[in-house]
Design a binder for this molecule. Structure first.
Ligand SMILES: [Zn+2]
Length: 266
């Protein structure tokens, strides 16, 4: 039988940035989805990765390396706060024992927020990279004023409602100066279908070309991907076809997410 290394706890030494007192933060470096109550806290407890200083009561957000493992859904999702740090497959194989990783979806995220978002995306049967492309595309449709009001840092994908159904996700635009206030736009099946039809063949081709473990498929990746695609399309003999496809996709986002008509910009 395969070994089951579950959740792993750890203590980190913390020096409080406010009062300089030292203390210990109890946290995790491996979280197993089989640990249901802890998984619930990962998804819904905003205070999970906060340290409270025992001396001055300051609350400090702690970013530390953590691996999320879901053996049923075959997910390995790293939280790695240092953008320069790369994870090797060997490191994970060491943590998992001899388990083969071939069947696993491997992802990495820079912040706890992105990590949680990635877990939610990856529990869906829909490809997380397509979610990131939709997320990127929709933000491009905001006006300059709206981008100011609804900052990118707080923009994210979440459950569409309290049912917490992984097949029903939404784009969440948080308002800048009103804590907890947000616009929630469900991602419709039609937009998912159109996005998949247009981009999945390209993603399949790219993943055949290079297979790097633990890639950060987030907003920055989606931005690079679209820039690459638009350049490639411009150089292609079928550029009108590509242009029409992208235009059709943008129009679909406008209709399906914002219920507005997007005028073509050429
Ligand atoms: Zn303190």
């Amino acid at each position: 039988m395969a070994s089951t290394i579950g959740t792993h706890e750890m203590d980190a030494s913390i020096r409080c940035p406010a009062c300089r007192a030292s203390g210990t933060f109890h946290t995790w470096d491996i979280i197993d989805a089989g640990d249901v109550s802890l998984k619930d806290r990962v998804l819904f407890d905003e205070n999970l990765f906060f340290y409270t200083c025992p001396h001055c009561q300051s609350k400090i957000h702690i970013e530390s390396k953590c691996l999320y493992i879901d053996r049923d859904k075959k997910l390995l999702i790293w939280h790695i706060p240092d953008p320069r740090e790369k994870v090797t497959l060997g490191e994970v194989q060491g943590a998992l024992g001899t388990t083969s990783l071939a069947a696993y979806t491997c992802r990495a995220a820079l912040t706890w927020g992105e990590w949680r978002e990635k877990i939610i995306e990856c529990e869906s049967t829909y490809d997380d990279r397509l979610y990131e492309i939709i997320k990127y595309g929709a933000y491009q449709l905001l006006s300059k004023d709206d981008k100011e009001r609804l900052p990118l840092e707080a923009y994210h994908i979440d459950y569409a409602d309290d049912g917490h159904d992984p097949e029903r996700l939404a784009l969440v635009f948080m308002k800048k100066d009103e804590k907890g206030m947000a616009y929630v736009y469900p991602i419709t099946e039609k937009l998912k279908d159109v996005t998949k039809d247009i981009f999945m063949p390209i993603l399949d081709q790219l993943s055949r070309e290079k297979q790097a473990p633990f890639e950060r498929f987030g907003y920055a990746w989606a931005s690079q991907f679209m820039t690459y695609l638009i350049k490639a399309a411009e150089a292609d003999a079928n550029r009108d076809t590509y242009g029409n496809l992208i235009g059709f996709w943008i129009k679909t986002i406008g209709e399906e997410i914002f219920q507005t008509v997007v005028k073509p910009q050429t």
